[in-house]
Design a protein around this ligand. Structure first.
Ligand SMILES: *[C@@H]1O[C@H](CO)[C@@H](O)[C@H](O)[C@H]1NC(C)=O
Ligand SMILES: *[C@@H]1O[C@H](CO)[C@@H](O)[C@H](O)[C@H]1NC(C)=O
Ligand SMILES: *[C@@H]1O[C@H](CO)[C@@H](O)[C@H](O)[C@H]1NC(C)=O
Ligand SMILES: *[C@@H]1O[C@H](CO)[C@@H](O)[C@H](O)[C@H]1NC(C)=O
Ligand SMILES: *[C@@H]1O[C@H](CO)[C@@H](O)[C@H](O)[C@H]1NC(C)=O
Ligand SMILES: *[C@@H]1O[C@H](CO)[C@@H](O)[C@H](O)[C@H]1NC(C)=O
Length: 716
């Protein structure tokens, strides 16, 4: 039966195509033309030539058109042909699910777009540009009513600093043209806002016809990004010679903007239900910064860091001259470098028992191998260097590849930038976030120089003072430098696949701090560089394996402090452990309720432990009637202040790599410093000195014991 029907229809079509009746009518602009098309009658509507620089928009509607016998619309201009069908069928991300659109409209690219674009720039006398349209409408169906309208696009040439609103749908894309007037700076920022949650694509394309406007082909030109409620693009003037088209088209469904598995509280209930796909949006093109501003911001940053470094250096020199260390006795003491070999008896098998049974454990019992200790402490430095080398090679390769792909494809969904404050330069899309890491490198170098200076002023001496592990300090300075480099790499293209680069050396630093604090009073204890790094590598490895997250803390870094039994110490340790579990549990809760991701959770745990450890150490010092010298106090207070300030900027994040790019954009914020840096940059710039001050605090913490005999120094 169906077969016969098909044959019949085919025959009907065949017979009808033989006596096709083409009717030509004269169209008028801005007029609603109603046509009744059928398989035997095709309409050709001729619109007269007009002299107008504005392009025209062809609007068609056929409410009773059928999916299998669509109405075909073809628009002919002097230089191009555009065609579509009514209804337009668009695929959604759901299987076998299609959407039909009965309203379809397109803006016809102006035939003389090239000369208009160049003309606008020259801004000379009026331009004569003619355009005309021939619209052909045909179908294989029987009697379909088609509404046709050709209207002038009056707001096509958009200006700076003016808010425009548009309505778009998947079948009704819109675009506007922006040209560079005299007052346009070297980069412009396009801000897009939408009230509804319809997912759409924004694209910036070169000012040449044809403009790619459909969901299928919009990604083949220029830059594009998906937007849900907020979007921003920073465009360099040099990338588009004669201005650019700004294209908007809604997506058939919201899948690309908000996956259901997203961990964020979603403001409106997400439904795959394909309701109204019309979105109303507003956009505004504003001036961003000029090339000069890049130089200015970079130079000011370096100058500021230079002045800061100089001030620190003066401070350090002053401290050595008049501070606690000025009272150091260097005469008549043996330096370990000139001592031959290690002291006292060789390691005995039951040494641990001996130490545990010692009534009054003093530092000298645990500092019998200064040479080995020194070598061991330098192992940390060499390990840091080799780890950094091997870790950073794939990192650099990965992010550079990402950046090149992003540049090549123009896909702005690959990297999670703060698009409201991402200044492109040197082929990087987000130069300011890379550059702001200069603080870590600079402060790292200053710290290493301070350690060298100190090693010269305070050499390791036998039996006197805390045996400072300078190697560990160099390792800390090195880790700070590498943290800066890795963070810079991460910010070349932040994404879900490389977020751990940003924080891996933060882990290293917090562990180094704990090791340092521990070794101050247990120089000989065998937590060698190897063991620590094995532990650390394991930790970083574990980050991907969430189910192990419980083990890590239980085995972790609190255990090794459990040795001699003393009352105060025991209470403090109990407190430390309690705090740890509180941190662990609240971290886990936060992690499960989606407030934080696993990397941040782990970092918080390690950082928290370092802070607790430092507090514990300071507290024990005070309990044992040791003084806190003025240098440590100053550095400690400076550290606390900078940490507090930095944390404020850290918590107010402008991107979120755990969600979709469109959702991350909702967090985007403008620049706050010199029109160049955003809050995360300020975090970079503040946390570098914060780290530095913390390290300096550790460096000076035991300065009060500089002349004390090791046999008088308590172990805790
Ligand atoms: C259309 O316009 C042209 C010129 O303006 C005229 O010669 C022609 O007769 C018109 N055709 C119809 C069907 O009105
Ligand atoms: C097709 O449409 C034309 C005018 O719109 C009409 O004159 C003609 O009768 C129609 N043909 C059929 C088969 O319906
Ligand atoms: C199609 O266009 C008509 C007339 O402009 C309008 O009334 C109708 O709401 C539109 N339909 C959709 C789905 O946008
Ligand atoms: C615009 O001006 C430049 C020089 O100012 C000239 O080279 C170019 O040909 C002009 N373009 C047009 C379309 O007139
Ligand atoms: C779709 O939503 C827009 C606003 O977002 C509204 O203006 C339009 O009338 C709606 N269309 C339909 C068919 O509901
Ligand atoms: C650790 O200490 C033991 C003796 O207690 C010693 O034999 C061993 O060499 C030490 N390991 C390192 C890496 O220093």
């Amino acid at each position: 039966m169906i077969k016969w029907c098909v044959v019949l229809i085919w025959m009907l079509q065949q017979s009808s195509s033989y006596n096709l009746n083409v009717r030509t009518i004269n169209g008028t602009y801005e007029d609603n033309i109603i046509l009744e098309v059928n398989s035997t009658t095709e309409f050709v509507v001729i619109f007269p030539s007009v002299d107008n620089t504005n392009p025209f928009r062809v609007i068609t509607r056929a409410e009773n058109a059928k999916k299998f016998y669509p109405v075909l619309v073809m628009v002919r201009q002097a230089t191009q042909v555009t065609s579509w069908q009514l209804p337009t069928i668009l695929d959604t991300t759901q299987k076998e699910k299609h959407l039909l659109f009965y309203n379809v409209s397109r803006t016809m690219c102006h035939d003389d777009m090239d000369s208009i674009a160049q003309h606008i720039e020259n801004a000379s006398s009026a331009l004569k540009v003619l355009q005309s349209f021939i619209v052909a409408i045909s179908t294989s169906d029987t009697n379909v009513v088609v509404h046709l309208k050709v209207v002038e696009e009056k707001e096509f040439y958009v200006k700076l600093n003016k808010e425009y609103s548009l309505m778009i749908s998947p079948s009704e894309p819109k675009y506007v043209y922006f040209s560079y007037a005299r007052d346009v700076s070297d980069t412009v920022i396009i801000e897009v806002d939408s009230e509804d949650d319809v997912c759409f694509t924004v694209s910036v394309q070169d000012s040449a016809c044809p403009v790619l406007v459909t969901n299928k082909d919009i990604t083949y030109e220029g830059y594009y990004q998906t937007v849900s409620t907020k979007g921003a693009l920073i465009i360099k003037k040099t990338n588009f010679k004669y201005g650019f088209f700004l294209v908007f088209v809604a997506k058939p469904d919201n899948y690309d903007c908000g996956q259901e598995k997203s961990i964020l509280p979603i403001p409106r209930t997400y439904k795959m239900a394909l309701g109204n796909r019309t979105s109303s949006l507003t956009f505004n093109i504003k001036n961003s910064i000029n090339d000069g501003d890049y130089t200015q911001a970079s130079v000011i940053t370096v100058l500021f860091l230079g002045i800061f470094g100089f001030a620190i250096f003066m401070m350090t020199v002053a401290f050595y001259k008049w501070g606690t260390l000025s009272k150091i006795h260097l005469e008549k003491v043996e330096k370990i470098d000139s001592a031959n070999g290690d002291l006292l008896k060789p390691q005995s098998a039951n040494r641990i028992d001996y130490l545990l049974n010692l009534d009054n454990l003093k530092l000298n019992a645990l500092a019998q191998h200064p040479k080995i200790d020194k070598r061991r402490s330098f192992n940390y430095l060499w390990h840091i260097c080799s780890i950094a080398l091997f870790y950073s090679i794939p990192v650099v390769q990965l992010v550079v590849t990402y950046q090149r792909v992003a540049n090549k494809t123009g896909n702005q969904d690959m990297c999670y930038y703060n698009f409201m404050c991402a200044h492109p330069k040197f082929g990087f899309s987000d130069f300011n976030h890379i550059y702001s890491n200069v603080g870590y490198v600079f402060m790292g170098i200053v710290f290493i120089l301070s350690s060298i200076h100190r090693q010269m002023k305070v050499p390791l001496r036998l039996q006197i003072g805390i045996p400072v592990h300078y190697g560990l300090f160099y390792a800390m300075g090195m880790a700070l430098i590498i943290e800066g480099l890795l963070s810079a790499c991460y910010h070349i293209c932040p994404s879900q696949s490389n977020y751990q680069f940003d924080t891996s050396f933060m882990y290293v630093m917090s562990v180094l701090i704990m090791v340092k604090l521990y070794q101050n009073r247990h120089p000989d204890i065998n937590a060698s560089a190897y063991a620590t790094f094995t532990m650390l590598g394991f930790t970083v490895f574990l980050e991907g394996f969430r189910k192990f997250k419980n083990d890590i803390v239980k085995q972790g870094f609190t255990k090794k402090t459990f040795e001699p039994v003393k009352k105060v110490r025991f209470i403090l340790l109990l407190l430390v452990n309690l705090l740890n579990y509180v941190m662990l549990i609240s971290g886990l809760l936060m992690y499960h309720s989606g407030i934080t991701d696993f990397g941040t959770f782990l970092l918080g745990l390690l950082m928290g432990n370092s802070i607790i450890h430092a507090m514990f150490y300071t507290f024990m010092k005070l309990i044992h009637k040791e003084k806190l010298c003025i240098e440590a106090l100053i550095y400690g207070l400076l550290g606390c202040a900078t940490w507090a300030a930095a944390t404020v900027f850290f918590l107010d994040a402008a991107t979120l790599w755990t969600v979709t790019p469109a959702e991350s954009r909702q967090w985007n914020q403008g620049c706050i410093l010199m029109n160049f840096y955003d809050k995360h940059d300020v975090w970079h710039l503040l946390s570098a000195p914060a780290m530095f001050f913390s390290f300096m605090f550790l460096l000076c913490l035991d300065d009060d014991l500089v002349n004390t005999k090791q046999s008088d120094i308590e172990v805790f």
